[in-house]
Design a protein around this ligand. Structure first.
Ligand code: NAD
Length: 245
């Protein structure tokens, strides 16, 4: 029997790369999708991976990518919508171009990639895991576009779970707390880092590997009766309810 196949977007680095490595260890084949072709080529050194450069905000590129994956594996059992971008600025400095740029990747990208892959998931009875953020669960300053895009991903996950259940497809969401990736390093000022440290009951950032565990569990058959759920992998941040700058 052929190995189960997952598509992981934003797989060239960070949480997506850690998830790819864990899925491989658990016996999946992984189509690694990323906008950054060079970083993807450098990262995709493992067996049982198919690296495919693709911009998940572009419907045509997504269609071509999905067809390539289906031809490679003959089946698509899992989709991890992980690719995302961040922009931390206040409401009065967020122009429409910035808003659209964030929505195009973080929200449209999840919608469009899912739409393309769902017909394959229906055949396999597969699963979707969308990556949101604690910024989508709790409002704070500086995150108007990013936080709104992630809140929309949370609701889109619930829509997918409700509409796709009859096809045996599960859809869940992981909402990570802060993790030291390239994305976070670009937007987390020293003040934000200190505030996170104080606001998180475990008093530290998460690791890429810790987020990958949550994603891989929800994608796997071990979560076979779990759908429509939002799992905050956040060191207790959401439970504590402390505000952030
Ligand atoms: P990262 O920047 O290290 O990795 C993101 C990857 O997505 C990059 O390789 C990038 O090239 C790719 N990407 C960006 N736009 C793309 C596009 N249009 N098409 C295809 N690929 C694209 O960031 P990360 O921290 O690993 O982020 C992964 C996900 O986790 C994101 O959705 C992010 O919002 C979410 N998240 C991260 C944190 C954190 O603190 N790092 C916290 C909460 C949520």
């Amino acid at each position: 029997m052929s190995l189960k196949t997952a598509i992981v977007t934003g797989a060239a680095r960070g949480i997506g790369l850690a998830t790819t490595k864990l899925l491989l260890r658990e016996g999946w084949r992984v189509a690694m999708i990323d906008l950054d072709a060079d970083e993807l080529a450098a990262a995709a050194t493992m067996e049982d991976v198919l690296p495919l450069p693709c911009d998940i905000s572009d419907e045509g590129q997504i269609a071509a990518m999905t067809a390539r994956v289906a031809a490679w594996s003959g089946r698509i059992d899992g989709l991890v919508n992980n690719a995302g971008i961040a922009d931390f600025r206040p409401l009065d400095q967020t122009d429409h171009a910035t808003w659209r740029r964030i929505m195009a990747t973080n929200l449209d990208g999840v919608f469009l990639t899912s739409q393309a892959v769902i017909p394959h998931l229906k055949k396999a009875g597969g699963a979707i895991v969308n990556i949101a953020s604690i910024s989508g669960l709790r409002a704070s300053t500086l995150r108007v576009a990013y936080g709104t895009s992630k809140a929309a991903v949370i609701h889109l996950t619930r829509q997918q779970a409700v509409e796709l259940g009859e096809h045996g497809i599960r859809a869940n969401c992981v909402a990570p707390g802060p993790v030291d990736t390239k994305l976070a390093l670009a937007v987390h000022s020293p003040a934000i880092r200190a505030a996170y440290h104080d606001a998180i009951p475990l008093n530290r950032y998460g690791t890429e590997a810790e987020i990958a565990e949550a994603i891989t569990f929800l994608l796997s058959d071990r979560a076979s009766y779990i759908t429509g759920q939002i799992l905050a992998a956040d060191g207790g941040f959401d439970a504590a309810g402390v505000g952030l700058p």
